[in-house]
Design a protein around this ligand. Structure first.
Ligand SMILES: [Cu+2]
Length: 135
C-alpha cells in the first residue's frame, strides 16, 4: 500500500513533465526586435523552437510554415486557412527569412504558423506582436 502510494506519487510527478516536454512551441522574431528602428528595406528572420518548418502542402506532424502579419489589428480566424494578402504573407516554400519594404512610420509585425493547408495549429502558434519604426 505504501509502495503503491509512492509509485503513484512518482508517476504523477513524472507524467506531466513528459507530457509537456518538447510540446511548448515558440514563434518569435530573431530580427528585428520590438522597438527597433529600421531602414525602408530590411530583413526579417523568423525564429521557431520545438517545431519544424515544412513547405505548404507537406503534411508532417509538428511542422508548419511561416505567415507574416503586417499591421494586422485583429487576428484572422484560427480554424480556417489564413487569408493571403499584402498584410498576410505566406512563406509556403519553408523560408525562415524575408526582406521587406515598408513606408516610413510605425508598423506592427506578427508571425503565425500554419500547417500544410495554411490553417493554424489546434493550439495556434503565434508570436508576440512587435512594433518597429521605419526611417
Ligand atoms: Cu500559408
Amino acid at each position: 500500500m505504501k509502495l503503491t502510494a509512492l509509485i503513484s506519487a512518482v508517476l504523477l510527478s513524472i507524467i506531466p513533465t513528459f507530457a509537456v516536454a518538447g510540446d511548448d512551441p515558440t514563434l518569435y522574431f530573431i530580427t528585428p526586435q520590438d522597438g527597433d528602428v529600421v531602414s525602408s528595406e530590411f530583413t526579417i528572420q523568423f525564429g521557431l523552437r520545438d517545431m519544424g518548418v515544412a513547405p505548404a502542402g507537406v503534411e508532417k506532424d509538428n511542422t508548419g510554415h511561416h505567415h507574416l502579419l503586417i499591421d494586422v489589428d485583429t487576428l484572422p480566424p484560427m480554424d480556417a486557412p489564413l487569408p493571403k494578402s499584402d498584410q498576410v504573407r505566406h512563406f509556403g516554400g519553408g523560408q525562415t527569412e524575408t526582406s521587406l519594404s515598408l513606408p516610413p512610420g510605425k508598423h506592427t509585425l506578427q508571425l503565425v504558423l500554419g500547417n500544410y493547408a495554411h490553417i493554424p495549429h489546434k493550439a495556434p502558434v503565434i508570436s508576440k506582436k512587435i512594433t518597429i519604426t521605419v526611417k
